[in-house]
Design a protein around this ligand. Structure first.
Ligand SMILES: Cc1cc2nc3c(=O)[nH]c(=O)nc-3n(C[C@H](O)[C@H](O)[C@H](O)COP(=O)(O)O)c2cc1C
Length: 548
């Protein structure tokens, strides 16, 4: 198969390729997906991409955290948009893709970030496409965001006259798959896609804190995006790990549509060469095949938006007194749960409420596609709710097809007063802690929280309708749900953790699911965290103040 036939809607022959990738990267109870069998520390990738010799412009770090209430993140409050200034741009990146803390233990240290990542490996890179921003010395062009330095590295510039005035800017996300593949082998492509979904939601939440909006632009096919961001400039990536284009969003800081980019006849000047992240690499051809099969082609890029929105009631997230930036900055993954903390039914429903795909609330107001992902819940400790198996249906139109796909021995009782405002069904009662632990690669975090869950996505028919590129989008949607859950858990005074390691078909079999129409794409757990007291937590940017 050549690249030009990949993902052509009229030739669905790449669909089996992406389904084959999905199947071969399932963890089985007797065989984990093909990976490196241990970590080769000598080739551990540098977590920070730099563009050597590119002009660097440090962004200001925010001095104060007192911007708007956290309720704005969930669409339960509004705030006047901040003027689009260099300072506000700095805050936007600090609150979306910046560092959140430095962890230290016995002479070693590492950084955490605002956006989470499987294994803290951070394959996602961000670029800003800026037009006419006062105070930006480099002028119009493409800038790579460097989180360690909280700086913009200029990759490209073009004449001021080439882009019209705009009330906002574009942000592009890319993946360096090698970063994840180094640890996880073939399954890493999935984790990269989760991370893109988390990062997309992180962009949306940061914009919300500033009173701005974000819109995913599905019409940008991969080749065009690679050209815009300079990913196709082989000379700039010689000897360095490749970056694959993922998505482009428009961040609107006022009224007005996104400007046309790279149109007309003008010269682009490019700067910098990508640094090499590891001195040696292992090839994972299955990942290359998955990338090729799921390429977004110009042909199907337009066919993206088909949102069949349901009119959900106004948001009712967990109440909290934090500011938006405080909540964003304090997000962490729990490494352990106490096995005793329970939550009320109201808190449980308020957390789930933040995952509903509302067209006018973050983060799903940025998402142009129909909701495809639902939550299969393992309730362990929710006061007022029997322990057991539940379903949270994020698209009422899907309820009957899920019901007919699942095993007939499930009970399907409405578990709330109104399924239209809180679409929770009880499927069965029972203690599912052992099952949840086993399902999640024997990880205690799935059993010791208040609840854990699997994200069940409509799968094969979505790929057939929208092309194999929808494989990536399904994982993005799951990642966005994960980011909402992380923040909602923090708002509720507890903590969440994404779970990428799970035995896919163990859940499918337990639910009576056959075939590929429904697949579990991501798992998550929430509960009372236990801190690892051996670790010291330091501020994220003390190295920039010179007091490391
Ligand atoms: C897609 C994804 C999958 C993850 N899978 C697991 C997992 O299986 N087990 C686990 O303990 N943590 C998991 N995590 C949590 C990460 O290890 C964590 O995000 C990372 O160490 C960074 O820490 P932070 O979230 O506190 O910033 C996952 C996170 C993401 C985003």
């Amino acid at each position: 198969m050549n690249a030009s036939s990949a993902n052509d809607l009229s030739t669905p022959d790449v669909i089996p390729n992406i389904i084959a990738y999905h199947d071969r990267t399932k963890h089985q109870t007797d065989r984990y997906a093909n990976g490196p069998h241990g970590l080769d520390w000598a080739t551990q990738p540098d977590p920070f991409r730099r563009f050597v010799d590119a002009p660097e412009f440090p962004l200001p770090l925010a001095g104060s955290d007192d911007i708007s209430t956290a309720m704005i993140l969930f669409g339960a409050a509004t705030v006047a948009p901040r003027p689009f200034t260099f300072e506000a741009l700095g805050l936007f990146f600090e609150l979306s893709m910046g560092l959140s803390a430095r962890k230290e233990i016995a002479g070693s240290s590492w950084y955490l970030r605002i956006n989470p990542s499987s294994g803290n490996l951070h394959p996602t890179e961000a670029y800003a496409v800026l037009t006419a921003l006062e105070g930006l010395p480099g002028g119009n062009g493409v800038y790579h965001y460097a989180p360690l330095h909280h700086a913009l590295e200029q990759r490209a510039c073009w004449p001021q006259s080439a882009t019209p005035e705009a009330t906002g800017f574009h942000v592009g996300l890319t993946s360096i798959t090698w970063r994840e593949a180094w640890k996880y082998g073939e399954r890493a492509f999935r984790y990269c896609q989760h991370d893109v979904g988390h990062a997309l939601a992180a962009l949306r939440f940061a914009a919300a804190a500033l009173g701005w909006h974000v819109q995913l632009l599905p019409e940008w096919d991969d080749a065009r995006l690679a050209r815009l961001l300079g990913l196709d400039r082989r000379e700039d990536f010689a000897g360095a790990e490749r970056e694959t284009p993922e998505l482009l969003v428009w961040v609107s800081t006022g009224d007005g549509p996104p400007p046309a980019l790279l149109q007309g006849d003008f010269t682009i000047e490019w700067f910098g060469r990508a640094n090499r992240l590891s001195n040696d690499h292992v090839d994972w051809p299955a990942i290359d095949e998955a990338i090729l099969a799921s390429v977004r082609m110009a042909l199907n890029a337009k066919s993206a938006a088909c949102k069949d929105a349901f009119a959900w009631s106004p948001p009712s997230p967990p109440a909290c007194g934090h500011s938006a930036s405080q909540l964003i900055r304090q997000r962490r993954s729990a490494v352990d749960f106490d096995g005793v903390t329970g939550i009320s039914r109201e808190t449980f429903l308020a957390i789930l409420d933040t995952t509903l795909p509302r067209t006018s609330a973050p983060p799903f107001d940025a998402w142009p596609h129909s909701p495809r992902v639902h939550l299969v819940l393992f309730v362990h400790r929710v006061n007022g709710l029997d322990p057991g198996l539940y379903l949270w249906c994020r698209a009422p139109a899907d309820t009957s097809s899920i019901q007919s796909a699942l095993g007939s021995d499930l009970v399907w009782e409405a578990a709330t007063d109104s399924i239209k405002t809180a679409p929770l069904y009880r499927l069965g009662r029972g203690d599912l802690r052992n099952f949840a632990r086993t399902l999640s690669c024997h990880q205690d975090i799935a059993a010791d929280g208040a609840f854990s869950l699997g994200m069940l996505a409509r799968f094969e028919s979505v790929l057939r309708d929208r092309g194999a590129t929808a494989y990536r989008e399904l994982f993005w949607e799951a990642g966005m749900i994960g980011q909402s859950l992380y923040l909602a858990a923090e708002a509720a005074g507890i903590r969440g953790t994404g779970i990428g390691c799970y035995f896919d078909d163990v859940l499918h079999r337990a639910l009576g699911l056959a075939g590929h129409e429904w697949q579990s794409l991501y798992h998550f757990t929430i509960g009372g965290p236990v801190e690892d007291l051996r670790l010291r937590t330091a501020p994220p940017y003390s190295h920039l103040a010179g007091d490391t």
